[in-house]
Design a protein around this ligand. Structure first.
Ligand SMILES: *[C@@H]1O[C@H](CO)[C@@H](O)[C@H](O)[C@H]1NC(C)=O
Ligand SMILES: *[C@@H]1O[C@H](CO)[C@@H](O)[C@H](O)[C@H]1NC(C)=O
Ligand SMILES: *[C@@H]1O[C@H](CO)[C@@H](O)[C@H](O)[C@H]1NC(C)=O
Ligand SMILES: *[C@@H]1O[C@H](CO)[C@@H](O)[C@H](O)[C@H]1NC(C)=O
Ligand SMILES: *[C@@H]1O[C@H](CO)[C@@H](O)[C@H](O)[C@H]1NC(C)=O
Ligand SMILES: *[C@@H]1O[C@H](CO)[C@@H](O)[C@H](O)[C@H]1NC(C)=O
Ligand SMILES: *[C@@H]1O[C@H](CO)[C@@H](O)[C@H](O)[C@H]1NC(C)=O
Ligand SMILES: *[C@@H]1O[C@H](CO)[C@@H](O)[C@H](O)[C@H]1NC(C)=O
Ligand SMILES: *[C@@H]1O[C@H](CO)[C@@H](O)[C@H](O)[C@H]1NC(C)=O
Ligand SMILES: CC(=O)N[C@H]1CO[C@H](CO)[C@@H](O)[C@@H]1O
Length: 877
């Protein structure tokens, strides 16, 4: 059992939010008002619209028929603009593609002042970069930070009711001084914008007398006016301040909010203290979400006094004690989440007695809850979602009464799963049983859920069968044995009908070959079969997997060549076969888009073909511990991704949307890499790591100076080869280098002074070469230990004990530098590097030291918990 697993898997993602495009339906006899049309055309000028969203916005067409424009039926005046952008997340990437969304500027004043009947503005999820207030000839408006009485001319609207600018991630709003001039505003959503500069946001928002929904989630807000006694909202129903940076107790003004407040979302801040009873002032409250904060003390009994509560979300805090039985009287509850708290005590039918409407229950505690349910207890509810952790040896029997269950999570519990259990869960759509001690033989089990995580359990027997429903299955870190064919080639494997995307059977005892049945599983995107006993060759049928992105076959006993058919896996980004007995040439013909190629510890031989340089997206090239000979190709400088320290790379992360809105299952790819003299497992931060490791081969010749133009490289290991010649002075350009190992070669000459310019260098090994002269003094190079330099007979100076005689006689490296700088190799990009490119080195510090066999990278199930609504994306009421 892994114990340090990241328990807090409630990682929120601002991801897909499928808003339907909401174009205005105007009847055909409407005639657009000229002033409105001109205003819209002027607005369009500030917008960058590369994909033609606004292509219908031309004078040829009645502006009431333009995309996203809403007109009044009666007056034909423009009353709304609705241009949300809908984005989807690629399965293997963490970046939303917003290239089809609008960007540029929103000329807000123009819309507010010129469109006299504007009621509704929705630009959510686009990529706008600026909010502009100047328009036409009114240049006084351009700087709204200057206090001036002219605001009213710049942003005066007595009609706007709905304003949604949320999730334009790059939009920074420095001032909200204009807000009070939108005096009729009822709905305001600024979630996901940077409002950190506007400390007065609360006072400004309270000046809107009709405001009923205030959504300022994920706005980097820090200050919420603790000293303020009273906030002047009169109509507020929804307050969403989740995902901000409030670090305090709840402010007093909150308890004095109008009694109309029905939804309060404060999740994911750093709020603290006991829950104050004053909260009861908000007696109309239906949704209370304070998940992911630092509240402590007991869960108060007075919560039972709320009469209308539908969602009570207290998860991921520090609440202790037992779950009050009075919560079982909250018969209006649909969602109850007390999970991820250090709760103790007994949970019984009394805790849930009257919760007849309950659909979602989370009692997955950090600590030990004792379940004391009568074996014949029949709950008053039919749940759709259940998260549990219990210390009893048996499953609560009432589980089997839950016939509508769609999502089941059991965590850190020990139980034996009988046949009945597997039959029961076959109708559950999403099954997360990771990290229990489930004891069961899978040989005769047919898994039928769409998403299944059974990793880190005590499962044994041969592999289960999968039905056509299964899209994601993670079985890693169990004791499953037998052959892969049992799962892949079984007689009931339906040809071509499988939807399987993700298969993880790593860390088991699977033996036999990889089978040649892959053509039946063409939809696969990620395959993890590492750390088993697989033998034989890599079958050509893997080449049928045209969508395969991530292939891990490491730590098995595979031999033979990598089949040419893998050339057809054109989506491949990660190819990891490390620690097998594979032979032949480096498969340089593999997908040119590959990001990580790990061939370490095999029997690959031959030379490094210059064709490897066509893999211009590589960030990890690990061919260490093979018998590769020949020279290091100078074309490596074609690997574009290594030329810059580009921190904006995609994560190596597989993600898949849950059936539940806004929730994702994700799995971070990981690789074990040798850097800084140790083996580190890179997981979440793999995409920050850039590495070339060619150590322990038979490479000969000199170090090509072009290699040192890979400025983005963090780790370079060429140790244990037969490299000769000098260390080029250009090495000083590799400013991002953290780990450098040239040990056990035949490198001669002096250590270039430029090496001391590598200020991030934390590990240096030049030992056992033929280096001569003085270690450049007065630099951090003295900070490394003797071990970094030993075994070079003519090297002297600190930290070595060998004293340098005739310091000055050593040849000056100056002229050499000059000569080299003028050689063909000083590329254009050095110039850019100095000024513009961002540097970031999260790589090494965030790696997990690989000290145990267990991986704990399994599925992280993402849960936001509000039932039926997402706290941030509550739509207009
Ligand atoms: C405008 O017309 C449509 C269709 O005739 C109708 O559904 C809608 O309610 C009307 N809107 C107003 C504000 O009258
Ligand atoms: C706006 O005015 C403020 C205060 O005078 C000033 O600090 C800021 O630089 C100005 N911004 C622009 C864009 O002119
Ligand atoms: C704001 O606009 C309304 C109508 O559009 C107008 O009557 C009013 O005078 C304006 N207010 C100011 C302060 O300019
Ligand atoms: C609250 O609003 C009322 C009327 O809108 C106003 O008179 C009062 O001064 C405001 N109070 C505060 C503290 O802003
Ligand atoms: C604010 O709440 C306190 C108690 O929490 C109460 O004494 C006070 O009267 C309230 N003020 C207003 C204006 O509602
Ligand atoms: C729960 O409600 C019942 C009546 O509906 C009442 O008798 C009981 O006292 C309540 N429980 C608590 C703890 O208040
Ligand atoms: C398998 O899953 C499908 C779809 O979720 C469901 O309709 C079917 O009943 C399940 N089969 C069993 C045996 O539970
Ligand atoms: C590969 O992915 C594409 C895009 O997601 C999809 O349309 C196609 O059906 C997939 N191919 C297979 C064999 O599943
Ligand atoms: C080491 O360098 C010296 C000259 O500096 C050379 O004579 C000698 O052959 C080199 N030794 C090896 C093993 O390369
Ligand atoms: C205070 C807190 O829990 N903040 C978390 C909010 O969510 C982000 C991820 O979306 C975490 O990184 C923060 O730690």
């Amino acid at each position: 059992m892994s114990t340090s697993r990241s328990q807090n898997a409630i990682i929120f993602s601002w991801l897909l939010w499928g808003i339907m495009f909401n174009t205005g339906l105007c009847s055909f006899d409407t005639r657009c008002n000229q002033q409105d049309m001109n205003a819209l055309l002027n607005f369009k000028q500030g917008v960058t619209d590369s994909s033609g969203v606004l292509s219908s916005w031309t004078t040829q067409l009645d502006c009431c028929h333009w995309k996203g424009v809403i007109c009044s039926n009666i007056t034909s005046r423009v009353t709304g603009i609705s241009l949300p952008c809908s984005t989807t997340l690629p399965i293997y990437s963490d970046k939303e593609d917003k290239s089809h969304c609008l960007t540029g500027s929103i000329h807000l004043s123009l819309l507010l002042v010129e469109l006299q009947f504007l009621d509704y503005l929705d630009f959510t999820n686009n990529d706008f970069l600026a909010l502009q207030f100047d328009y036409l000839h009114n240049h006084n408006c351009h700087n709204l930070s200057i206090p001036t009485s002219s605001h009213s001319q710049c942003v005066n609207s007595s009609t706007l009711r709905h304003l949604d600018l949320s999730r334009n991630w790059n939009l920074v709003i420095n001032s909200l001084k204009w807000l009070p001039y939108l005096s009729t505003l009822e709905y305001l959503n600024l979630c996901g914008l940077d409002l950190s500069k506007e400390t007065n946001w609360l006072q400004l928002a309270t000046k809107l007398p009709s405001l009923s929904a205030l959504n300022m989630c994920d706005c980097q807000l820090k200050d919420w006016s603790l000293s303020l006694q009273y906030a002047n909202f009169t109509a507020l129903q929804v307050l969403d301040l989740s995902f901000n940076e409030f670090k305090s107790e709840l402010p007093k003004w909150l308890f004095n909010l109008s009694s109309t407040l029905h939804s309060l979302y404060l999740s994911n801040n750093s709020l603290m203290g006991h829950l104050p009873k004053d909260l009861l002032n908000l007696r109309e409250l239906e949704d209370l979400d304070i998940e992911d904060n630092n509240f402590d003390g007991p869960i108060p009994d007075w919560l039972g006094d709320f009469k209308h509560l539908k969602a009570l979300i207290l998860g991921a805090n520090m609440f202790s004690g037992s779950i009050p039985t009075i919560l079982g009287n909250l018969s209006t509850l649909i969602t109850l989440n007390v999970g991820f708290n250090p709760l103790t005590g007994v949970v019984s039918g009394r805790n849930l007695a009257k919760l007849s409407k309950l659909k979602s229950l989370n009692i997955r505690s950090y600590s030990t809850l004792i379940f004391d349910f009568d074996s014949d207890w029949i709950p008053p509810f039919q749940l759709e979602e259940l998260q549990l952790k219990f210390s009893n040896p048996n499953l609560p029997t009432w589980l089997y009464t839950q016939r509508s269950l769609e999502r089941l999570t059991i965590y850190d519990s020990t139980f034996e799963a009988p046949d009945k259990f597997w039959q029961f869960v076959s109708s559950v759509i999403e099954l997360d049983l990771e990290g229990n001690l489930i004891d069961g033989d899978m040989s005769n089990v047919l898994l039928n859920s769409t998403i299944i995580d059974l990793s880190s359990n005590g499962l044994k027997g041969s592999l289960p069968q999968l039905s056509q429903q299964v899209k994601i299955v993670a079985l890693s870190n169990n004791s499953l044995s037998g052959e892969l064919s049992h799962l892949l080639c079984g007689h009931n494997v339906p040809n071509g009908k499988n939807k399987l995307l993700f298969l993880d059977i790593s860390w088991n005892n699977i033996s036999g070959g990889l089978t040649n049945c892959w053509m039946n599983w063409k939809s696969l995107i990620a395959i993890h079969l590492g750390s088993n006993n697989l033998s034989g060759k890599i079958p050509p049928s893997l080449g049928f997997l045209s969508n395969l992105t991530s292939l891990h076959l490491n730590d098995n006993k595979l031999h033979g060549h990598v089949p040419l058919s893998l050339h057809n896996c054109r989506s491949l980004l990660v190819f990891n076969v490390h620690n097998n007995q594979l032979s032949g040439n480096i498969p340089y013909w593999i997908s040119h888009g590959v990001l990580a190629l790990q061939l370490r510890s095999n029997h690959f031989s031959g030379k490094i073909s210059p064709q490897i340089c066509q893999m211009s997206s590589l960030i990890v090239l690990d061919i260490a511990q093979n018998t590769i000979s020949g020279h290091i190709p100078s074309c490596l400088c074609n690997i574009k991704t290594l030329l810059f320290n580009n921190v904006s790379r995609n994560k190596f992360s597989f993600q898949f949307p849950s059936s539940y809105p806004n929730r994702y299952f994700f799995f971070d790819d990981s690789l074990k890499l040798v850097t800084k003299g140790q083996v580190l497992e890179y997981e979440r931060n793999l995409h920050f790591m850039t590495l070339i490791d060619m150590s322990s081969n038979n490479l000969s010749g000199t170090l090509p100076p072009q290699l040192f133009s890979l400025i983005g490289l963090h780790s370079l290991n060429l140790s244990n080869n037969k490299l000769e010649g000098e260390i080029p002075n250009e090495i000083g350009n590799m400013k991002n280098l953290e780990s450098l190992d040239f040990s056990t070669n035949q490198l001669g000459g002096e250590i270039p002074k430029s090496l001391s310019r590598l200020s991030f260098l934390g590990y240096l090994n030049l030992s056992f070469n033929n280096l001569t002269g003085k270690i450049p003094s007065g630099t951090q190079l003295q900070g490394f230990s003797v071990l970094s330099y030993m075994g070079n007979h003519d090297l002297c100076g600190l930290p070595l004990t060998q004293i340098c005689f005739q310091d000055d006689k050593h040849k000056d490296t100056g002229p050499v530098d000059e000569y080299r700088n003028q050689s063909e190799f000083l590329p254009w990009f050095y110039i850019g590097m100095e000024s513009g490119f961002v540097t970031g080195f999260l790589g090494v510090c965030c790696a997990i030291i690989l000290n145990k066999k267990l991986r704990h990278a399994f599925f992280k199930f993402l849960y936001d918990v509000t039932y039926g609504l997402h706290p941030c994306w509550l739509s207009s009421t």
